[in-house]
Design a protein around this ligand. Structure first.
Ligand SMILES: [Fe+2]
Length: 217
């Protein structure tokens, strides 16, 4: 229903609805796991949307960051034995669905912009830029607090994938994580049609950091 208000193209609407269905399934899966392992979680209050387009853009740009880190984390967790093979088997398709989500999202953003009259495009670009900056600021805050003992900001649910590598072992550096995320991002995007736009911003930032940071960090 919500997607019908947002997207007039029937096929794109179906794709967004599928994404919503998959996100809901991911949430139910996480709820089942936390219940199974008796991990206390706080259930957020029911979400009230004030702008479907803004919410979809915010969620999409957030996923571009989180999925990129999830790609590397699941590979490292799988090799380290931190996750059992059974858990990896459950989460592997979930992570690949996220790869498809962000691939769809960046192409949808471009399509959405092109559908607008030329005079509305700069405002749309500015809005996207602002939402991306908010995501970067949030992740930078997490990165800044990662070295400290008090990880209040890093433990925020929004930044889970950026801070989770600390749980995979003391030997895992941010530099190594970035390298692995870059390689996994490449691998996970390979199966899709080459004509589709790839998420570029997060891999570009990560590549820059990977080159600048010493391997000990
Ligand atoms: Fe997703």
């Amino acid at each position: 229903m919500a997607a019908a208000q947002l997207e007039s193209d029937a096929q794109l609407r179906k794709a967004i609805e599928l994404q919503g269905f998959e996100e809901d399934r991911h949430a139910r899966l996480l709820a089942a796991l936390t219940a199974r392992y008796r991990i206390p979680i706080q259930t957020p209050p029911p979400f009230q949307s004030s702008s479907l387009e803004n919410d979809f853009l915010t969620a999409g740009f957030g996923e571009c960051f989180d999925s990129f880190f999830a790609f590397g984390l699941i590979a490292i967790a799988s090799e380290s034995g931190y996750f059992t093979r059974e858990l990896i088997r459950i989460f592997e398709p979930v992570v690949q669905e996220e790869a498809r989500h962000i691939l769809f999202f960046v192409n949808w953003v471009k399509y959405r912009r092109r559908q607008l009259p030329w005079w509305k495009r700069p405002a749309f670009r500015a809005r996207c830029g602002w939402l991306i900056l908010k995501q970067i600021a949030s992740r930078a805050k997490t990165a800044k607090t990662m070295g400290g003992a008090d990880n209040g900001a890093a433990s925020s649910a929004d930044n889970f994938t950026l801070s989770a590598h600390k749980d995979l072992g003391p030997d895992l550096t941010l530099h190594a994580l970035l390298g692995r995320c870059l390689a996994e991002n490449e691998r996970r995007m390979t199966p899709y049609d080459v004509r589709l736009l790839r998420p570029r911003l997060v891999p570009t930032i990560a590549r820059l950091l990977y080159r600048l940071l010493p391997s000990s960090i």
